[in-house]
Ligand binder design. Sequence first.
Ligand code: SF4
Length: 76
Amino acid sequence: MAKVRVDKTLCIGCGACWALAPQVFEEDPSTFKSRIKEPYRKVDNENESAGEIPEELVSDAKTAAEGCPTGAITVE
Ligand code: SF4
């Protein structure tokens, strides 16, 4: 398992993360920003969306983190 987090104060809703890692991220229809998908989402508020993902999704999540233009995603 790995922890993944989107800093919504940095997210600009560009869509790169849910294109690169569609099993981990999705667009929040109310804010147009990224959030962690169910069933991995543990926290979701106006400042952040965070959760835990299984090992098989860590590579995709890291690719999304590298592709995020604002550095809003952390994977650890
Ligand atoms: Fe937001 Fe970054 Fe995802 Fe773009 S790639 S939607 S800026 S978290």
